[in-house]
Ligand binder design. Structure first.
Ligand SMILES: O=C(O)c1cc2cc(O)c(O)cc2[nH]1
Length: 513
């Protein structure tokens, strides 16, 4: 959420978060790396266009007009420099001067070799256990952020992976309306609206970047899970990847997997909603996962079909009014999984991304907890791959993304909550290889024909065959007729010739004088 340097009474009171990149000449001398031309401290821009009608508690949530409740000045970085102090590079750029272009490749988890799988699992575990070097999380709402005495900022350290978990929780948490009042749950800054795809894209980029820095390896890339197998098993739930099922409890992970030791963040929903507190970095119970095991909902016992991906890629409009979870003919609502795969909204449907979450049936199926299960990362890289393929195929203009009246958090120019420095949805609505420095190594299924299309093709083929047969028959009749007509003059000629000849034969009955 915020850089450690800004979690101070002074920074919070001044509203300015512009850390020194290298304070060699004393504090405040190199804010945003200004001495080396990397950036400068500027006012935060938070778009104020109206959001949709789903949220009616304006003024009561710290996430409105993000991040103005906390800070109104931030670093703005020049050229390819980036980050909270302009000390890093924009995605896709590398090197001391951020002038070397790089392109990483996100691969199918199942294509990793045994050694790559092993490495990857240990790197994830390293992220789960390494304190984030730069970022701390708020554990109280802004109203209480300076603590009971007004001088104790309520922030905590968090591990790199747990920051990923916490950011998702913070974006979906209910709005606290006061002690004794029901918190408002009809708000979600990262789901059920156009920002679903842009928000989750940035969320993954940030984790990938944090892991690259942890490893000092700019080529590190997150793999993906192609969940559209149509099966009823989780093919990545093996001990060399995300962990097999425990033999002792169907909803736990096998002890042969390191993930059986992971503990979950943000479990105490009851406290957050009734006391108005915020999830902190304390961990609770183990990850629960029981793929295909939801006996009460047979619909979520199978994963999406490959055809579902092919179909959703054909939905032409990015999003449609009301830009919510009941939008129809919307690519976003289809890949998110509230519409059937061809785009038609149906309140009973759960498809694609939503279906993959619900199939996991446990920690990974609850929005406030889901990133605690590492499968979340790979489920979302695949969803992002579908988004990128859609952008490549349809090449949409940015004007297709709503500027206003989308649910709160989802307008095009809104800053995504709770990221810092501020980043808008707009900035993630671009093709990844050209603009963000990564691509996917993936084969897309081609679409099978639908019944109506098969019937149309059969009718057209039958008509063509009838036409060919008719034309053939007509030709034969004509040919016969022509043949007959050709024979006729020959006979006449001959007849005439013979008649001439006959005429020339002297008639014996005529007397020759
Ligand atoms: O019920 C759903 O459709 C559903 C559950 C769930 C969990 C999750 O973490 C998501 O990100 C989305 C989601 N949808």
């Amino acid at each position: 959420q915020f850089p450690r340097q800004c979690a101070t009474v002074d920074a919070l009171r001044s509203g300015e978060c512009c850390p020194d990149l290298s304070p060699v000449f004393g504090p405040g001398t190199d804010r945003c790396g200004s001495s080396s031309g990397r950036g400068q401290c500027v006012p935060v821009i938070a778009d104020s266009r109206p959001h949709g009608p789903q949220y009616m508690h304006d003024g009561q949530d710290d996430r409105e007009q993000w991040p103005l409740r906390f800070f109104n000045r931030t670093c703005s970085c020049n050229s390819n420099f980036s980050g909270y102090d302009c000390g890093s590079c924009r995605p896709g750029w590398n090197g001391a001067a951020c002038n070397q272009q790089i392109r990483t490749v996100r691969r199918n988890l199942l294509d990793l070799s045994a050694e790559e799988r092993n490495n990857f699992v240990s790197v994830l575990h390293q992220a789960k256990t390494t304190i984030h070097p730069d970022i701390v999380i708020a554990t109280r709402r802004h109203e209480e952020i300076l603590g009971p005495d007004g001088t104790t900022p309520q922030f905590e350290n968090v591990s790199i992976y747990n920051y990923f978990v916490w950011s998702h929780y913070y974006s979906v948490r209910k709005t606290f309306l006061g002690a004794g009042q029901q918190s408002f749950g009809g708000v979600d800054f990262s789901h059920e609206g156009p920002a679903f795809l842009t928000w989750h894209r940035y969320h993954l980029l940030q984790l990938e970047r944090d892991m690259q820095e942890m490893l000092q390896d700019p080529s590190f890339a997150l793999p993906y899970w192609n969940f559209a197998t149509g099966g009823n098993t989780c093919d990545i739930c093996t001990d060399d990847l995300m962990g097999a099922r425990s033999n002792f409890d169907v909803s736990l992970i096998s002890q042969n997997s390191i993930f059986s030791q992971w503990r979950v963040l943000c479990e105490n929903l009851e406290d957050y909603d009734t006391l108005g507190t915020i999830c902190n970095s304390s961990e609770g119970g183990p990850i629960r996962r029981n793929p295909a095991g939801n006996v009460a909902r047979p619909m979520v016992q199978r994963l999406p079909e490959p055809q579902d991906v092919a179909l959703c890629l054909e939905v032409g409009l990015f999003d449609t009014p009301p830009f919510y979870s009941n939008s129809t003919d919307s690519f976003r609502n289809t890949v998110e999984g509230y519409s059937d795969p061809s785009g038609k909204y149906d309140p009973a449907v759960r498809s694609l991304h939503n279906l993959a979450h619900l199939f996991l049936n446990g920690t990974g199926g609850q929005t406030h907890l889901s990133p605690n299960d590492p499968i979340f990362v790979f489920l979302h890289t695949f969803t992002d791959a579908v988004f990128d393929e859609w952008l490549r195929r349809h090449n949409p203009d940015i004007s297709i993304y709503p500027l206003e009246n989308a649910p709160i958090g989802h307008n095009r120019q809104y800053n995504m909550v709770p990221f810092w420095p501020p980043v808008t949805n707009n900035e993630m609505f671009v093709t990844a290889p050209e603009n963000l420095g990564y691509s996917y190594d993936v084969q897309w299924p081609s679409r099978a024909l639908q019944v109506t299309e098969i019937i149309t093709i059969a009718i057209v083929t039958a008509l063509i065959l009838v036409a060919i047969i008719f034309a053939g028959a007509t030709c034969i009749v004509h040919a016969r007729k022509n043949k007959d007509e050709l024979h006729q003059p020959l006979l006449t000629d001959q007849y005439e010739r013979y008649s001439d000849d006959y005429d020339s034969i002297p008639n014996p009955s005529q007397s020759v004088v």
